[in-house]
Write a protein that binds this ligand. Sequence first.
Ligand code: CA
Length: 233
Amino acid sequence: MTAKKIVIVEDETDIREVLIYNFEREGFTVWGAGDGRYGLKLIQDKNPDLVLLDLMLPGLDGLEICRELKNDKTTAAIPIIMVTAKGEEGDIVAGLELGADDYVTKPFSPKELMARAQAVLRRGRALPAAANDKRIECDGLIIDIERHLVIVDGETVSSFTATELKLFHFLAFNAGRVFTRDHLLSRVMGEESFVVDRNIDVHIQAIRKKIGRERKIIETIRGIGYRFRDTGE
Ligand code: CA
């Protein structure tokens, strides 16, 4: 197996060193940058499997780097995990909407970050596409979009609206990934003119109510959005 490549862009030297140490120990080939412009150049040159991106950076900030990478089709599919400080929810939302895959908030444990990194790598390089796996099964839950069916622990829940089903299926298909409300609106409902209520929270609430005791499977990420729990993590 060839080593996975990672570029770490973080201007705080001690955090960068800890990250480099941990990823090297896990067998990654690692490049570190303490400056935004150099970081962007490294990513473009090395074409890594994963980028860890601090948001507050000298030179070029993390959101700009994210935008540049996502606007260039040679780098658009490289997964990005943002490394953020507390209180940067607005920036996290902006980053996720630009296409970043995930984020961790400082201070974080290297173990947690490694788990997130592995989850992102598992999900692969693909951009989050519209869900195309028609039937999803996990943890006693079946979501079958073709047959318009949700089954919770063997019990069919028949009251799902088309919008709720589509939203639930999209979240489950992209389990582990955080989506902002705007993201969900445009990804899931963008093209649907019949959607009367464009308030995502209302739909999520309705889904949780209908699935009853499985409701914790959709997590609210405070200040940011929603995530279907990744049971593989
Ligand atoms: Ca910083």
